[in-house]
Design a protein around this ligand. Structure first.
Ligand code: FES
Length: 56
């Protein structure tokens, strides 16, 4: 499922980025371009990010 339509970033791509060390929305924005166009994906991206991060 695509989270960010503008930049064609899928949920699985976000999870992979987290596996590779991304831990903030800013990391995802920098690495994937997510949220840099219309910004509508940001709330969903935040949810996927927090569910993908290991519990602290
Ligand atoms: Fe992500 Fe538009 S859907 S910037």
């Amino acid at each position: 499922m695509y989270v960010c339509i503008c930049k064609a970033v899928s949920e699985s791509r976000i999870r992979r980025a987290v596996g590779e060390g991304a831990c903030t929305l800013r990391d995802l924005t920098r690495e994937l371009g997510l949220g840099t166009c219309c910004g509508k994906c940001v709330p969903t991206a935040r949810e996927v990010l927090s569910s993908a991060l290991p519990e602290v």
